[in-house]
Design a protein around this ligand. Structure first.
Ligand code: ZN
Length: 193
């Protein structure tokens, strides 16, 4: 983040270190314009590459960051003025460096550790969860999205929560996406527990 223009709305910090001591960094993206509404801005957390073999997740992340950090885009600036984005582009650097397809250095599938991550064995997930919880305490959390690549299915879709008393809450965003992008297929989406 050496670009002085992008530094106006994007800050890079280290969340934690992986088991092998690689830094896991996160970006905070929000506008300094219209700053008086900062407390009212909703939070969005986006992560990618929990599964190191799914390099398409990084491709989606590059598109996300190119868009959110475009100083010339009025659409992006409107989002920056209304949301605080916390973005972790690389959740599992150890897995990527060591050529794993699915696991971390501990031999764990990090995407199966969200319920009870260990601070010692799965710091990547433990501290990401802390970041999500802190963001949700600071402001209304509008979205938490973790980018993956499916081994067989094509196009873009979402696997989301099934919120029993308000099922539309997790379905609305993918439904809107499907109406504006021919690549997003709502019917491929699944909503579990
Ligand atoms: Zn995955």
């Amino acid at each position: 983040m050496s670009d002085p223009i992008k530094q106006q709305f994007c800050k890079r910090q280290t969340l934690c270190e992986s088991l092998a001591g690689n830094k896991i960094d996160y970006l905070t993206i929000t506008s300094k314009q219209n700053i008086e509404n900062l407390q009212k801005r909703k939070g969005v957390v986006i992560t990618a590459r929990a599964h190191p073999g799914e390099s398409v997740g990084s491709w989606m992340m590059k598109g996300t960051l190119d868009f959110l950090c475009d100083p010339a885009s009025q659409e992006a600036e409107l989002l920056r003025q209304n949301f605080v984005f916390k973005v972790i582009p690389m959740l599992n650097p150890d897995g990527v460096i060591n050529g794993n397809y699915r696991c971390s250095l501990a031999g764990c599938d990090l995407n199966r550790r969200w319920k009870a991550p260990s601070k010692v064995l799965h710091p990547e997930i433990y501290y990401t969860k802390q970041l999500v919880l802190i963001t949700a305490k600071e402001r209304e959390l509008a979205l938490f999205c973790d980018y993956h690549g499916h081994s067989r299915r094509k196009n873009i879709f979402m696997y989301g929560c099934n919120i029993q008393n308000a099922p539309e809450e997790s379905r609305l965003f993918p439904f809107i996406l499907s109406s504006i992008s021919p690549f997003f297929i709502y019917n491929y989406s699944r909503f579990g527990n």
